[in-house]
Design a protein around this ligand. Sequence first.
Ligand code: 13P
Length: 249
Amino acid sequence: MRRKVIAGNWKMNMLPNEAIEFIQSLAEKVKHSEHEVVLCVPYTDIFYSVLNTQGTNIKIGAQNMHWEEKGAYTGEVSAEMLKAVGVEYVIIGHSERRQYFAETDETVNKKLKKALSVGLKPIVCVGETLEQREQGITIQVITGQTEKALDGLEPEQVEKVIIAYEPIWAIGTGKTATKEDANDAVRQIRKKIAEKYGQNTANGVIIQYGGSVKAANAKELFEMSDIDGGLVGGASLKVEEFSNIVNYN
Ligand code: 13P
């Protein structure tokens, strides 16, 4: 049985004092959850967030990282740096990074390999644009992104990767994929992983859904056969809403 991983992606929101207040309040509300609860916070909140989640069941993630260990890369943060401050998860290849910061399937693959090599748990994002959906190439796009992200990994490494299926047209728009469409997309991703790395590996990979997840739709999405939790943007900024998502069942 795969565990559900419910992760908030705060994006570029939340000052440290807001993060601390949020975490203290959330910790109380989700302390009995059987799900893995993760908050992917801005770099500037990491230190305070790690300190304030000690002794709770909330894990801290980052939203990006560089693939090199160190060097002349002004403004970048390495996987080693994240690991050293107590980060456990890292989002890789979010569509906003692909769209605004020139992330490619190749950089996603490099970052993924690096994250795994230092023991960070990567959450790799894949998803189609509205145009691609209308052209009927959704499955081709998302399985292609998955294949390229995982290129060169061994099956035992693939098992450690979390994939977030986030249709771009559903991000921040209030439009959610239907539970059937989301589940089908996730199933196709799993099928592709099975083809390349074997059914056992594919059965173990956690695949989330993301895109306008809220308390009102979390249950129907997360109860689908192949959807193993969610990556939550806007609704993870409100403690009541996010705790209701975590406590959906
Ligand atoms: P929203 O939940 O705001 O649609 O954002 C989804 C997302 O991009 C999470 O990474």
